[in-house]
Design a protein around this ligand. Structure first.
Ligand SMILES: *Cc1c(COP(=O)(O)O)cnc(C)c1O
Length: 425
């Protein structure tokens, strides 16, 4: 394929893209190709606006901002939960914006992990994000159980992906709770959640999910699938900004269960300010909040979700699949001879929102990419993740990323850098 033909193709795809209009709402730098929206999504004008609104509310209303502002702070988490529920296939009452993945995971485990009799183990996988594993280990220790014997981590046969069959095989009658990612953070593998949830319940185990790499990229049906709980962050595909407040889902079947970690924001809102020493928990997922919400880390999410709901999660998934398909095709046509290996599953039903490339020189290839205006994501020791984002990436971006990668390899410009990772990678 000649260069002019290809760029013409990319431009045609962009012309036909029904989501293209949203790109203008984001702060993108010229001559920069941002492929790291799965680590930190970009700022949109709507998110900036709703953050500034909350600052204005503070300026003008002081304490009364809690109830009188343009976006009253007292109800912001509940309102955001409702706005998020469409993205995960949940009822508004099951969805709450609060905490972070790790703190919400602690809350969910404190609430739902009740080892008793022979049912005392937690099952996870061997490829999951470290913070999730640390949380599981410390919760086991709080119950006086050794992670060595009570945390089962299902192995991966190829070091990159998991087999649902292996996970199901590992669920026995001693497993009380299962925690899995919907999409694996390195390889981008999408697990069959519906099937895994059925298997968990067949063995009387609860199942919780970490949606870090699927929320905002992929539709979910958590309620219908009977998933017991889920946690997520909002600074990746949801574009709420660094440290943006995360979220949790608790299935309707479990609402009313007392929060394992209680605080005054766990209260039913009507009685919270009675200041009673006996907690009356909310009857919704709001019961799993703890303390005062971090308003300024939450307010940008109002604008960010507004865009996302306007675009529609089904349309977002469709474009995301098409962008990553285009990227995979270009890599296959142009980069395999340079030693790149595509290690994400390539079927539409099994891949998330990013493409995972492995290369022995990955660390310094990423440094060379940055020098050329491409923002990739490096994971030690040899992984380059590239995430074209449906709301703000174009097919032309994808085309140029591959062209730049090609020239870095052909001209060996990556060799001027050391093959070591930076502090944040
Ligand atoms: C990003 C990410 C986290 C981060 O957790 P925080 O508590 O938000 O810092 C945890 N788990 C997974 C799978 C992630 O991708």
């Amino acid at each position: 394929m000649s260069l002019s033909q290809s760029i013409t193709n990319a431009k045609q795809f962009d012309d036909k893209d029904p989501l293209a209009k949203f790109r203008n709402e984001f702060y993108l730098k010229t001559n920069t190709f941002y492929m790291d929206g799965n680590s930190l999504g970009l700022l949109s004008k709507r998110a900036e606006f709703t953050l500034l609104q909350s600052l204005e509310d503070w300026k003008h209303h002081g304490i009364d901002g809690w109830t009188e502002g343009q976006q009253p702070w007292f109800y912001m988490a509940e309102n955001l939960g409702e706005m998020t529920s469409h993205l995960i296939g949940a009822h508004p009452s099951e969805t709450m914006i609060t905490g972070s993945i790790t703190t919400n995971l602690h809350q969910m485990l404190a609430t739902f992990f009740k080892p008793s009799g022979h049912k005392t183990k937690i099952l996870a996988d061997s490829l999951t994000f470290p913070s999730d594993i640390y949380a599981l280990q410390s919760q086991l220790e709080l119950h006086g159980l050794s992670p060595e014997t009570h945390l089962i981590q299902v192995p991966s046969q190829n070091g990159r992906t998991l087999l649902e069959d292996d996970i199901i095989e590992a669920i026995d009658e001693t497993v009380a709770l299962i925690l899995l990612p919907s999409v694996l953070y390195r390889s981008g593998q999408l697990l069959d959640i519906e099937r895994l949830t059925k298997a968990a319940h067949d063995h009387g185990a609860m199942i919780g999910l970490d949606l870090a790499h699927s929320i905002g990229a992929i539709p979910h049906s958590l309620h219908e699938w009977n998933v017991d709980f889920a946690v997520w962050c909002t600074y990746k595909y949801l574009n709420s900004g660094p440290g943006g407040v995360g979220g949790l889902f608790v299935h309707e079947n479990h609402l009313g269960r007392r929060p394992g970690l209680a605080g005054w924001f766990s209260s039913k809102k009507e009685v919270q300010f009675d200041m009673s020493h006996t907690l009356t928990p909310a009857e919704t997922a709001g019961a799993y909040q703890i303390g005062t919400p971090h308003i300024f880390s939450m307010a940008p999410l109002i604008g960010a979700l507004d865009i996302m709901n306007e675009a529609g999660i089904e349309n977002i998934r469709k474009k995301s699949l098409s962008l990553t398909r285009y990227l995979i095709n270009l890599v296959e046509e142009n980069l395999l001879e340079d030693g790149f290996v595509i290690t994400n599953p390539t079927e539409d039903t099994r891949r998330g929102g990013h493409v995972c490339l492995e290369h022995d020189e990955a660390a310094r290839i990423c440094k060379a990419l940055k020098q050329e205006g491409v923002i990739p994501d490096f994971r030690a020791p040899n992984v380059i993740r590239l995430a074209p984002i449906a709301l703000y990436s174009s097919y032309e971006d994808v085309y140029y990323v591959v062209e730049i990668l090609k020239s870095i390899m052909r001209e060996k410009t990556y060799q001027q850098f050391s093959n070591k990772r930076n502090v944040i990678a």
